[in-house]
Design a binder for this molecule. Structure first.
Ligand code: ADP
Length: 247
């Protein structure tokens, strides 16, 4: 699928964490446009601003200067409630440490983001269960996180990120805690979500092997973009059919 219209657009984004004028900002005048259907890897050494960028893209933090447009909306003009709704509807998050709630089974973890959609508990669980089935994870529905392997937990966490049908998936080192083979299977799933389901993905990684799955690589250094290249060959892996389309 070719990339479409802008989904997330950063214009002149500056992020300062401290008031001191001589403190170098974590992001310095960053301009970045992520288009619908893209799969972007964000790389760069520790401290280069990758997490700060992801927090801003995810509307978890606000820039000190510059503008952030998400799905055509200027996020600085939205009330906190409107911003939370836009985030909930548009973005799914996947983390290195999976971040599943330990006392909840897979169904209830996956159903969590539906809490704000005004659905009954029965309906939330029905949707979560249906998504787990489509992702081939139905057998884990009643399992608690500590009864699953790391790779299985990350699949459940990806299901949770998808349950609201987001356009944008933000993944912060999603394979950082996984072995090579499990990492490859998680990347195959993300590749399929991007190619077959049109989900836009922004992924932070330290590993060139993982970045190679993306079709565009953006490298940060000292809070600035120092490289932005497309990788037409991307990964040569044929996406297996891991997730069935809904209905
Ligand atoms: P990366 O994710 O690439 O490791 P970060 O975005 O975490 O980089 O950090 C960029 C810069 O901002 C670093 O200098 C870091 O020390 C600083 N920084 C990040 N978060 C905070 C914070 N909450 N308070 C103060 N400084 C921070």
């Amino acid at each position: 699928m070719s990339a479409g219209e802008p989904l997330a657009r950063l214009e002149g984004i500056v992020k300062r964490y401290r008031a001191a004028v001589d403190e170098r900002p974590a992001l310095q005048e960053v301009d970045l446009t992520i288009r619908k259907g893209e799969f972007v890897a964000i790389m760069g050494p520790s401290g280069s601003g990758k997490s700060t960028l992801m927090n801003i893209l995810g509307c978890l933090d606000v820039p000190s200067a510059g503008r952030y447009f998400l799905d055509g909306r200027d996020t600085s003009r939205l009330s906190p409630d409107a911003l939370a709704r836009l985030r909930n509807r548009t973005i799914g998050f996947v983390f290195q440490g999976f971040n599943l709630l330990k006392r909840m089974n897979a169904v209830d973890n996956v159903a969590l983001p539906l809490l704000y959609a005004g659905l009954s508990l029965t309906e939330r669980r029905r949707r979560a269960r249906e998504l787990l089935e489509r992702m081939g994870l139905g057998r884990f529905a009643e399992s608690l996180p500590n009864q699953m392997s790391g790779g299985q937990q990350q699949r459940i966490a990806i299901a949770r990120a998808l349950v609201n049908d987001p356009q944008l998936l933000l993944a912060d080192e999603p394979t950082g805690n996984l072995d090579t083979q499990t990492s490859a299977s998680i990347m195959a799933l993300l590749t399929e979500l991007n190619r077959s389901h049109g989900i836009t993905i922004v992924l932070v990684t330290h590993e060139p092997d993982i970045a190679a799955y993306a079709r565009r690589m953006v490298r940060f250094l000292d809070g600035r973009i120092v490289q932005d290249t497309s990788q037409p060959s991307a990964s040569t892996h044929e996406p297996e059919l891991i997730m069935r389309s809904s209905a």
